[in-house]
Design a protein around this ligand. Structure first.
Ligand SMILES: Nc1ncnc2c1ncn2[C@@H]1O[C@H](COP(=O)(O)OP(=O)(O)OP(=O)(O)O)[C@@H](O)[C@H]1O
Length: 338
């Protein structure tokens, strides 16, 4: 069997604080296949960005990787000397950030920023690098690329700037793009256009995608497989359609039921009360139990591991129940509260 393009095993990231240590990523494992679009979802602070940034050695200070293994095409690259490791990672992956304005150099023409990697890393002449940049601009849907090549970031709209960032990410010919909330700063129409560009890259250029978002709608439009993160851990994973139609973890269920769905018969939206646990303290029991509408006494004892719950499906819930039953319980409770 072909190994996945990227495999992460048991990644732990800590953030030393003045009087404590925040265990922000607590044993995340995931895989992304060649040309596969994979989503990483969860609410703010669940450790999605740190997971993504750790992969490219772009952790913000003072966060640091405590342990974990990264495999590319089945080869463990973690033990490579730092320079070779960096090379291997950046040859395979590039990253797109949420804020295109800070990601771009404000005093450099956008075209030159796209042409930089082809000329510096791929050894192309100025003219060749320029031609590559213009092609990339066209590929990501920037009309009139020759003219726009000359513009500075502030002269472009947010959507156009994000396209420039995608073109820069593509300029090193990566096999995988890591995208951290790439559309969060954009309005809905532009968001849809940028997501369409990412989908098209996968289909036409066979570039894999690991997309981080707090927004289930965004990942649902773009990805075929999902990892759901909560309090620094993956609590559920599986095929998008299965996971959305039949969630197997109450956190995923609650996320799905907290947004309006025109296809759903039940009208009531679920609010996830409370806050995630303080990860400077040891987690005892299921980290979601204090907020879980279905938690039992046993859920507060020992943190449940991520276990297989079906073909390609994993869930870290002791009470692997059906969404139908959960829906019925929520409706029943709503009924008795009325
Ligand atoms: N540079 C930093 N210094 C201190 N704490 C940090 C730093 N970066 C992240 N954290 C903390 O680490 C935890 C995980 O952060 P992370 O950015 O990965 O979350 P996230 O799921 O991507 O959410 P968001 O979308 O809000 O960034 C959070 O509690 C966050 O406050």
């Amino acid at each position: 069997m072909t190994p996945p393009l990227l495999e992460v095993r048991d990644l732990h990231v800590d953030i030393p604080m003045p009087h404590a240590r925040l265990h922000a990523v607590r044993g995340v494992s995931l895989t992304v296949g060649a040309a596969e679009p994979v989503g990483l979802v969860g609410e703010s602070g669940s450790g999605k960005s740190l997971t993504l940034r750790a992969l490219l050695g772009l952790l913000p200070r003072p966060a640091r990787i405590v342990s974990g293994t990264v495999l590319i095409d089945g080869e463990d690259v973690t033990g490579l000397p730092p320079k070779r490791l960096r090379r291997r990672l950046t040859d395979t992956m590039s990253m797109i950030f949420q804020d295109s304005l800070t990601a771009l150099n404000p005093v450099m023409r956008v075209g030159d920023q796209i042409a930089e990697a082809p000329s510096r890393k791929l050894g192309k002449s100025r003219a060749e690098a320029r031609a590559i940049a213009v092609d990339l601009m066209r590929e990501v849907g920037i009309a009139d690329p020759e003219r726009r090549y000359e513009l500075y970031p502030h002269q472009l709209s947010g959507g156009m700037r994000q396209r420039v960032c995608i073109a820069i990410a593509l300029s090193t010919k990566p096999r995988l793009i890591l995208a951290d909330e790439p559309t969060t700063a954009l309005d809905v129409t532009i968001q849809a256009q940028v997501l369409a560009v990412l989908r098209q890259l996968r289909q036409e250029e066979h570039v894999g995608l690991l997309l981080v978002s707090h927004d289930l709608a965004v990942v649902s439009q773009t990805c075929s497989r999902l990892y759901v993160m909560y309090a620094g851990k993956v609590v559920e994973s599986g095929d998008l359609t299965d996971l959305v139609t039949e969630p197997r973890h109450p956190y995923t269920f609650s996320l799905l039921r907290s947004v309006p769905d025109p296809d759903r018969r039940v009208a009531r939206l679920l609010t996830i009360h409370g806050r995630p646990p303080d990860l400077t303290e040891p987690v005892t029991g299921c980290s979601f139990a204090p907020r879980c509408p279905f938690a039992e006494h046993a859920c507060r004892e020992g943190e449940p591991a991520l276990e297989p719950v079906g073909p390609g499906r994993h869930s870290a819930c002791r009470r692997v129940d059906t969404a139908d039953r959960w829906n019925a319980m929520v409706e029943e409770e709503a009924g008795s509260a009325r």
